[in-house]
Each structure stands twice: as structure tokens, then as C-alpha cells.
Design a binder for this molecule. Structure first.
Ligand SMILES: C[S@@+](CC[C@H](N)C(=O)[O-])C[C@H]1O[C@@H](n2cnc3c(N)ncnc32)[C@H](O)[C@@H]1O
Length: 210
């Protein structure tokens, strides 16, 4: 985050612009919210009425509560697995957001979760997720990830790089942009668009409208 390695500032600014353009009060869902560190800024000067975060990590949720303390909108934080919560819940939101977390699911799991979100989101969903280049398989993605980022992320110690690469190579299941978009349409969203690709070409921002 300190080195903006995954273009969080730019995506936070785009999210803010899209939210600021919503003319009516809205309820906002943040899936895998982490510490909600960017949400104060993303939601500033918008008509947000209620913020609902979900995360598996209690320490992250404690930081999220602190980061959102005194916010001029309602705040709810759910502790748990977003797949279980979102496939069971009927609570609607107007706008849903997920930053860098759906890619741990297999392709069918992504589609099912998007289906659940399509049913519970009244306006639009935005996700920011690792993206494979057309024709690139997962091994090709991992080779590119290592080739491009190992040299560029000089702020990491070799041990930190190994930890990150271990996570990416064991947990991350990126899709191509076409697949991310197709999954949203198959889930029932009327419109699906890629609205940003970070300068390194690894992370795409997608918007799905009801
Ligand atoms: C890469 S961080 C992203 C945090 C935040 N969305 C952001 O963009 O800054 C991933 C977050 O997803 C959470 N997470 C991962 N799997 C989860 C799951 N199945 N259910 C809920 N939270 C999950 C982790 O605890 C972590 O806070």
C-alpha cells in the first residue's frame, strides 16, 4: 500500500468518482474489506447512507472499525467468510465493491458469487482483480508476475517477495478480462465493462450494472 504497488490510489479515485456520481442515498457493501483503509476517502462527499464490510480477519475488522470511527454514515462490520455470508444473506445493497479478493475462488465459484451479488445489488457492482492476458494460462501469468514484479518491487526484502510469490502461486486464480466480463453477464448483470487496467497490466477494474 505504501508504494502503491497494485495501483490502489488510482482505483480508489475511480471508485470515488463513480460513487460521487450516484444522485440518491445508497447502501454500500465492501466484500473482503480488510482494514477499509481507503473507504473514508472513497466515500467522502457521496450520498452513502450505510457502509457494510465483510472480512474473515478479526484484526483487519478492528482496524476497519477504527478507520471508520465517527463516519457520517452508518457502519456495520460482519466477521466471516464472504461466500457463506453472501450466498445466505438476503440483505440488499445498492452498490457492492470487492478489492482483490474474488480471485481465490475457482471459475464456477466466482460465477455463483456474482450470481448471488446480482440478486442482492440493486444498482452496480465493481471489482478489482488480477487479470491474465488473452491466451496466457496460469503458468504464463505466474512467469510474468515473477519476471515483472520481482525486479520492480524493490521495497520488499527477498523473504517478503518469497511470501508474496508463495501466496500468488498457491492461492490466486486470475481470469482474463473477457472471462471476468462473461462471468458477470452469465450471473445476470445487464452490462459488464472493464473500466481500468493498472499500468503493469496485472490488475483490472470491472463494473457490472443491473
Ligand atoms: C488483498 S486484501 C484486500 C483488502 C481490501 N479489499 C483492499 O482492497 O484493500 C484481502 C482481504 O480479503 C480477506 N479475505 C480473504 N478471503 C476471505 C473470505 N473467504 N471471506 C472474507 N474475507 C476474506 C482477507 O482477510 C483480507 O482482508
Amino acid at each position: 500500500m505504501d508504494h502503491d504497488a497494485v495501483a490502489s490510489k488510482e482505483t480508489g479515485a475511480i471508485l470515488h468518482d463513480r460513487l460521487a456520481a450516484v444522485p440518491e442515498p445508497f447502501d454500500f457493501l465492501d466484500i473482503a474489506c480488510g482494514d477499509a483503509g481507503q473507504m473514508r476517502t472513497a466515500l467522502a462527499a457521496t450520498k452513502v447512507r450505510h457502509y457494510q464490510g465483510i472480512d474473515l480477519s478479526e484484526p483487519a475488522l478492528a482496524l476497519a472499525a477504527k478507520n471508520l470511527e465517527g463516519a457520517p454514515f452508518g457502519v456495520g462490520l460482519d466477521h466471516g467468510d464472504f461466500v457463506s455470508i453472501l450466498t445466505a444473506r438476503q440483505d440488499p445493497s445498492d452498490i457492492s465493491w470487492c478489492g482483490l479478493s474474488l480471485h481465490h475462488l475457482k471459475t464456477d465459484g466466482k460465477r455463483s458469487l456474482l450470481q448471488a451479488l446480482c440478486g442482492s445489488t440493486s444498482q452496480f457492482l465493481m471489482i478489482y482483480e488480477p487479470t491474465r492476458v488473452d491466451g496466457e494460462d496460469r503458468d504464463g501469468y505466474l512467469e510474468r508476475f515473477s519476471r515483472v514484479n520481482k525486479g520492480a518491487w524493490t521495497f520488499l526484502t527477498p523473504e517478503e517477495w518469497e511470501q508474496i510469490y508463495h501466496h500468488v502461486s498457491t492461492c490466486d486464480l486470475p481470469e482474463t478480462a473477457d472471462t471476468w466480463l462473461a462471468l458477470g453477464r452469465e450471473a445476470g448483470f445487464a452490462e459488464a465493462k472493464q473500466i481500468y487496467l493498472d499500468p503493469t497490466g496485472f490488475y483490472g477494474l470491472y463494473r457490472y450494472d443491473r
